[in-house]
Design a binder for this molecule. Sequence first.
Ligand code: MSK
Length: 648
Amino acid sequence: LNAEMPGREDVLRLTPNPASKDLLEYLHQEGVETWLDRYEAQQPMCGYGLRGLCCRMCQWGPCRLDNKRQRGICGRDLSTVIMANLVRSLVAGLAAHGRHAHEVILTIMAAAEGKANLPLKGEERVLDVANRLGLTTDGRTIKEIAREVAEVLLEDLGRLTMTPIRILTAYAPRERIETWQTLGVLPRSGAYEIMETLHMTTLGGTSDWTSLTEQELRAALAYCYSTLFGSSLATEMLFGIPRPKVATVNYGILKEDHVNILIHGHSPVMVEKILEKIRTPEIQELARKAGAKGIVVGGMCCTGEELLARYGVPTVTNIMGQELALGTGAVDTVVVDMQCVIPGMKIVADCFGTQVITTCNSNRIPGAIHIPFDPENPEGLDEDALKVARLAVEAFAHRDRSKMHIPRETTEAMVGWSYEAIVDTFGGLKGLLELLREGKIKGIATVVGCNTPKVPYEFNHVTIVRRLIESDILVTTTGCCSHALLNAGLCSPAAASQAGPGLQEVCRSRGIPPVLAVGGCVDNTRTLRLFIDLAEEAGVAMPKMPFVFVGPEPGNEKTVGQGVTFLAHGISNVIGFPGPIPVPLPRPVAGAAPDEYDRGSNPVADFFAGDGLYEKVGARIYTEPYPKLAAQTIRMLIRRQRLALGWK
Ligand code: MSK
């Protein structure tokens, strides 16, 4: 695996955004350390860690397992170690999205009780969820209904008894619920499945790796229906359902003569208020007095995508671009909330004198100004947001103008693709299904997830998606992948010219792009709902539909749950890098030790990539690090599904 990893030259040659390439080279010349320098310093990486064969779940070890040492000191075997590492990754991601959901749900409660000065802008979503849950809506105020929905979401996050997750019963298809019931993998709640996973995998826990595969599915369903749905629905209840709009993105949105403020993280609650304050005459005037021509707000990672989808606030970049964005030397302040804020960002911020403001007690950074938002004590929200806005603008006066290096790239995009927006654009589910049946759209691939330094930055995302749209495959995207595709121009209606004839006609007649940016990571629920409802409309079980989940550059532990969520729903995964499962690579890896684990013939790999999981849920994992071959795999999967359905 080490032999497969790209070097600096590969990254600089292949990374598709000229702005990223420019900044990586510039920062290197200036002696500013980035992830690329630290990635090189980490080579070669530990082969045990890379393949999930290192067990650190007690203090007897760590134990490194291989063909010669097939058991750890306690007697735990290879497959149990691999599975335990994998399911622990999944629940770490579950915890992250769970904390995100917790913040937004408690904010709804505070808003409904009048403790937080936030209107409930998503009345349509409040009523929709309430109706699905069978709650009484007649004769009640929207605040009363929202409060009750929030209580259900909170209970789904933390229930300890075996009552099904209520959002799961409200949204999952009947056929899938029956499948999960038969498999015995219906979860209690996000919090319970985290507890149970850590319990099962600690020293002296289960030694049956197959029971961990069941826990993997159970925890993924909790991840999906308590944390992803919890965050996504709650955010729509608070701030409204996004609708399509045109925006400008990429590093060139930063302006030398403006105050530049970046917002970064995942939870959009406090930044909504900060944005409101930035737009007030008081703060605009403050910026003018400081000598700025105006204020630019730019987004990074998923908080950025939330504001992009709702208001068209421009985005700049993703997790591996955060150091580059600060390396422009033009950012006066970066405001961060939770998750995917790497410590390297603060190192670059210090090189350029950028002010860092943290707003979440879970994500503290030494040397940053901390102005936290606490949904259980939200009374100071307005005052604190105003304080952040003032500090951000005042920092303009201290910028070192000799260090500015802003790449000029800007890109147009059409964003705001909520579930409703997609369905309406196609004239309802029937309209989209008809296009799928007649083959103008061959299938839908959701291409999502993080970046990893293990593939050339953003290269796999962009290359795969270009190939897919060429083959008339409609793409939905979220998270860091979405930033790569936005900046590459693939989310613009003009990208229709790069699509195959069928998709091109579909896009041109509607004025839409072939790649629909649906939001942040938690908004994969929007694509999942689309898949669920299209399958129901077609009268076909989900595993038979021409849909694929693609994770070209997996990075964060949160991505494990995304993939397994779709697997549990019968949607196969095509991933770009094996991650913690030594799944079979399609061919021998140059330089790798010739043992059976490198070739992937181990029971866990066989389960996920062979028939084990497929027989249970109707989907499997395909691993393909080469993007053109990954696109070919996806096309093959979609073609096979279409043939089986008798769709031309
Ligand atoms: S931000 S979880 S690196 S997609 Fe949601 Fe990007 Fe992955 Fe974070």
